[in-house]
Design a binder for this molecule. Structure first.
Ligand SMILES: *Cc1c(COP(=O)(O)O)cnc(C)c1O
Length: 398
């Protein structure tokens, strides 16, 4: 650790993972160290490093990490308040590798119904082949206890959930998990280690996609796993066995993005809230999903456990057909049509909730429009939405 945990996120973002001294001076930023082979002074030196590398973070071979990636690991560890962090090529790899590291044939795992959708695909593809059983629990966590089995080994949470932002009472889930000796894994991509800190609320392992807000510039993909000290060894050894690492150039891009996270998030948040409040006044809009809005079903838990919101919100049209949502998205000019979020630019995506959820009933709002509000002027984004709504749904501002 380079800084104590009780520093606020803003200070941790700036203080963590800085460069080390070279010849009595130092640049602010760690260098990009590109390396596969690492040279040693002697065979004895090489043997010593190999002996220590399972437990210590020593430079031994490029496939086990590089100094630039180590600096980013330190930043994420500081943000999440964890023991240590490992980096992976994508956010999805961080999730799937964590599940593979923690589960074995015969185990049962409970996954939130609000999970990032590709995890469902992974469960179908691999859990079935490896004889790992899984069930989805309601996004608010109400039926978790009823779904527990003697074979249950792990509870997987994502809060707020993808697309509709359902929030679970994570401390309560942690108490339940730990009373049964289960691991609690939480996806903290939404919170970016800054708006939400699942480890402090009782999770054992946090997975995330620095692809999103930590990068902030839509130009790199990466995953991270941060754990408590107790959960570290299992994850670390499994990732080494699988040869998981990231290149120094990608780590450098995320490091660079991370330094301005504290400046960017409030701008995203203010824009998202303004757009959301405007959408709420539109007769063509049936419902707006954003826990930071007073009146949202998740507002109380958001206020209790989160320190802010980001640029994400979703909404449903009164016309609940897929074609109405598609017409609206296609009519937008300032919002790009594309996956992912967390960059500087605004995006709009069609979400089919009948595929994204299997426990809860979404027949009333089968299609959501998910917006990522970027750093543009929210007035311009609202004008774009207004023009598109008027043109496609035929309803103008009240
Ligand atoms: C995007 C996302 C991921 C996966 O990140 P990639 O880097 O795109 O693989 C995981 N979890 C959540 C909640 C996400 O939004």
């Amino acid at each position: 650790m380079t800084a104590p945990f009780d520093w606020p996120g803003r200070t941790r973002l700036v203080r963590a993972g800085l460069s080390t001294r070279v010849d009595g001076g130092r640049a602010v930023n760690p260098p990009v160290v590109r390396a596969s082979t690492i040279l040693f002074d002697s065979v004895a030196h090489l043997k010593d490093v190999r002996r220590r590398r399972n437990d210590e973070r020593v430079l031994s071979y490029g496939a086990r990490g590089n100094p630039t990636a180590y600096a980013l690991e330190d930043v994420i560890t500081e943000l999440e308040g964890g023991y240590r962090t490992r980096l992976l090529p994508t956010g999805l790899a961080a999730i799937t590798q964590t599940l593979l590291a923690c589960l074995r044939p015969g185990d049962h795992v409970l996954i939130t119904d609000a999970v990032y959708e590709p995890v469902r695909h992974f469960a179908r593809q691999f859990f079935e082949r490896f004889a790992i059983d899984y069930s989805f629990y309601a996004a608010d966590g109400r039926n978790v206890e009823a779904l527990l089995r003697p074979q249950t080994r792990l509870i997987y949470a994502e809060s707020p959930g993808s697309l509709a932002y359902e929030i679970v009472d994570l401390p309560a889930l942690a108490r339940l998990a730990h009373s049964r000796g289960l691991l609690l894994v939480a996806d903290n991509t939404w919170g970016a280690g800054y708006l939400y800190r699942p480890l402090a609320l009782g999770a054992d392992i946090v997975v995330s996609a620095p692809t999103k807000y930590l990068s902030g510039h839509s130009d790199v993909v990466m995953g991270a796993v941060t754990t408590t000290q107790a959960a570290w060894e299992q994850i670390n050894r499994s990732l080494d066995a699988h040869g998981m690492t990231v290149g120094p150039d990608d780590a450098w891009l995320i490091l660079r993005g991370s330094r301005t996270l504290a400046a960017r998030l409030p701008v995203h948040a203010a824009g998202a809230l303004r757009v959301a409040r405007w959408l709420q006044t539109q007769s063509a809009v049936a419902r707006v999903f954003l826990p930071a809005l007073p009146g949202d079903v998740n507002h109380a838990l958001w206020q209790r456990d989160f320190s802010g919101t980001n640029g994400l919100l979703s909404f449903a049209l009164e016309d609940s057909t897929e074609s109405a949502a598609i017409r609206l998205i296609d009519a937008l000019r300032l919002f790009g049509i594309g996956a992912s979020w967390g960059g500087f630019e605004s995006l709009a995506m069609l979400s089919d909730m009948r595929q994204a959820r299997t426990v809860s009933d979404w027949s009333r709002h089968p299609f959501l429009i998910r917006l990522h509000v970027g750093l543009e002027d929210p007035g311009d984004l609202i004008a774009d939405l207004e023009r598109a709504l008027t043109r496609t749904v035929g309803v103008s501002t009240q």
